[in-house]
Design a protein around this ligand. Structure first.
Ligand SMILES: [Zn+2]
Length: 295
């Protein structure tokens, strides 16, 4: 019969709607699915639970600095491989791959920018480059950022995000802790303010050096902060750790932080802090000054 030979059509024509990558993002904390543009408008903070997504160095530059502009210094500094280190791949290869992936030469970008009209020496780490680890390049660039503060007598602001010292450089990375610490003590002697902004995560050798040496230390909410990881501490002391251990809020409660500051308030907070510590600039902060008494 004819209808047996009839070409079969599916009963329901399935049209699978493709969702382009990156259009929707799922919150890692509460599972909320957020529209990409909305997430961007909210500075990559979950509208449902306030989770702060990790963002890149250029997004912090845009967020914090006037006109989103940084005059970058030392952009071409790159790591050598002093220990001929090799794990799964050689250190040289790891650096090369990270450079290709991130477009950076190493895990920090430093330079001169302005915030609230005030010129500052600025540095921002990027976790995307070998976990934001501090090797000799990161240490040297932080040291030079501090020296620029000293030479020009301008405040220093460092946005930290790091898994710690870079193990592939062994003692060379650990030496950066002392180097940056000594220079920060010079900054302190000159009474030039340094504000450390800690983001998720700031741990190990970076916490144990310049991240904890700010005149004012502020952190984004729910950032993981600490020295050793919780598992190592638990095994070492043989005790269960308190809830929320190693979070910004826990650090604030225990006196390691001066403030927990949501991302939307970061620029204003850092700007105000600089003004409090340096005195107001002319013009830019006119609105923040007390009104002149009426004659
Ligand atoms: Zn959420």
């Amino acid at each position: 019969m004819e209808w047996f030979r009839k070409k079969k059509e599916p009963l329901v024509r399935q049209t699978k709607k493709e969702i382009p990558d990156g259009l929707w993002t799922k919150c890692k904390s509460c599972g909320e699915v957020i529209y990409g543009r909305e997430l961007e408008q909210r500075l990559w903070v979950c509208p449902a639970c306030g989770y702060h997504f990790r963002i890149r160095y250029n997004q912090y530059i845009e967020l914090l600095l006037d006109d989103g502009k940084l005059e970058e210094f030392d952009a071409s500094l790159t790591s050598r491989d002093p220990l001929n280190f090799k794990d799964r791949i050689s250190y040289t290869e790891r650096i090369r791959k990270s450079q290709a992936k991130t477009g950076l030469k190493d895990a920090i970008v430093c330079g001169i920018g302005r915030i609230g009209g005030r010129t500052i020496s600025f540095g921002v780490m990027d976790f995307a480059f070998v976990g934001g680890s501090m090797g000799s390049v990161v240490g040297e660039k932080v040291a030079r950022a501090i020296e620029r503060s000293l030479e020009r007598k301008i405040p220093l602001v460092l946005v930290c995000c790091s898994g710690g010292a870079r193990m592939q450089e062994g003692i060379f990375s650990l030496m950066q802790m002392a180097k940056t610490g000594v220079l920060l003590s010079e900054l302190k002697a000159e009474r030039i303010p340094y504000i450390a902004v800690l983001t998720n995560p700031t741990t190990a050798g970076v916490t144990a050096s310049y991240a904890s040496l700010g005149d004012v230390i502020i952190a984004e909410p729910h950032a993981q902060l600490g020295f050793a990881g919780p598992r190592v501490i638990r095994q070492t002391i043989g005790q269960e750790l308190p809830e929320g251990f190693q979070s910004s809020e826990f650090f604030l409660e225990h006196g390691f932080l001066d403030a927990v500051c949501p991302r939307r308030d970061l620029r204003h907070t850092v700007s105000l802090l600089i003004e409090y510590l340096c005195g107001p600039t002319s013009g830019v902060h006119e609105t923040l000054k007390a009104p002149a008494p009426e004659s």
